[in-house]
Design a binder for this molecule. Structure first.
Ligand SMILES: [Zn+2]
Length: 321
């Protein structure tokens, strides 16, 4: 903004009048309007990005590409609004003490008024509403999470002894176990009383993300839509379009695309149902679960860069660099 226009004001102030003529005026008005509107939209995009990272409405998350597109859209919007007066809807006029130019706010013609109102609503009211909505949502989510952690931490100690419990899921067995010194929820198919290789072991954080995703998985199953969400470290829960099986699987990224591995389980409807029934029991068995703060709620994830640097949230890029 300094490079684009401010020097013009300074020079004009020395001469005590606008010295750049009409085209200079249009240039100044255009650049300040464009960068002004772009700034406002960038701020609301940042707010919304944080909202998506923290609240994760419908399990939705931003990729690098979406972030880039959002920034580009902000610039296009700014450019578009600033261009309209140049093209003849309203105009750029000298304002104040006559050493700078802006949209002709004081004009009373119907077209100019319409433009002023439109830019007020689209370029100010709308982004402001988005910012308020986003930070409001984040505030509520964080408060909710704090209250929940507090109540549950108080019940934690008395229940620790119940840890190593098995829960039968027809042929599927779910075990809470300690693995490499870390508690995990193991989902595994058993045969003749022996665990098979078919299954997947989830860290508590991934299990927690799975529980959070259940609502959307159910929705996907009901509507026959496909659904896929990342539980962390390239473990995904997904259903194919029109499929009734729920797949919980480790993926990896050999080249350009993330592909499924053999490590995982495809739950048939009855098994998935049973898994859902057992969620409260896992919660009771594992009071530690409630002390687990999902990655995306941690303070270093409050911006896009923090989340991109995390090996849990963004495992592919993490391994590639
Ligand atoms: Zn993370």
């Amino acid at each position: 903004m300094c490079v684009c226009g401010n020097w013009m004001i300074v020079l004009s102030a020395f001469f005590r009048r606008w010295i750049f003529g009409h085209s200079g005026c249009v240039y100044y008005g255009f650049s300040t309007t464009m960068f002004g509107i772009t700034q406002i939209f960038l701020l609301s995009a940042i707010a919304f990005d944080r909202f998506v990272i923290i609240v994760r409405p419908r399990g939705f998350s931003f990729s690098k590409t979406t972030a880039k597109i959002a920034v580009l859209l902000c610039y296009i919007t700014g450019f578009g609004w600033a261009l309209l007066p140049v093209l003849g809807w309203s105009s750029y006029q000298l304002e104040g003490i006559g050493i700078r130019c802006a949209i002709s706010w004081k004009s009373n013609t119907r077209g100019d008024l319409a433009f002023s109102m439109s830019i007020l609503v689209c370029g100010w009211v709308f982004p402001l509403a988005l910012i308020l909505y986003s930070y409001g949502g984040i505030f509520c989510k964080l408060r909710q999470e704090r209250i929940r952690t507090k109540t549950i931490n108080s019940n934690l100690r008395s229940r620790r002894e119940r840890r190593d419990r098995r829960m039968a899921v027809t042929v599927l067995l779910m075990i809470v176990k300690e693995w490499k010194g870390e508690l995990r929820v193991d989902l595994r198919e058993w045969e003749n009383g022996q665990p098979t290789k078919k299954g997947i072991s989830l860290t508590l954080m991934r299990w927690k993300n799975l529980v959070d995703a259940i609502e959307y998985v159910d929705q996907g199953l009901r509507n026959n839509d496909g659904y896929k969400t990342h539980l962390g470290g390239n473990v995904y829960i997904c259903i194919g379009e029109g499929s009734v099986c729920v797949d919980i699987r480790q993926f990896w990224k050999p080249e350009n695309e993330v592909v499924p591995t053999k490590k995982g389980l495809c739950l048939r409807p009855g098994e998935y149902q049973r898994l859902k029934e057992l969620i409260p029991e896992v919660g009771r068995t594992l009071p530690e679960l409630d002390g687990v703060v999902p990655c995306y709620l941690q303070s270093d994830h409050m911006n896009q860069l923090g989340a991109l640097k995390c090996s849990e949230c963004n495992p592919c890029d993490f391994h590639n660099h």
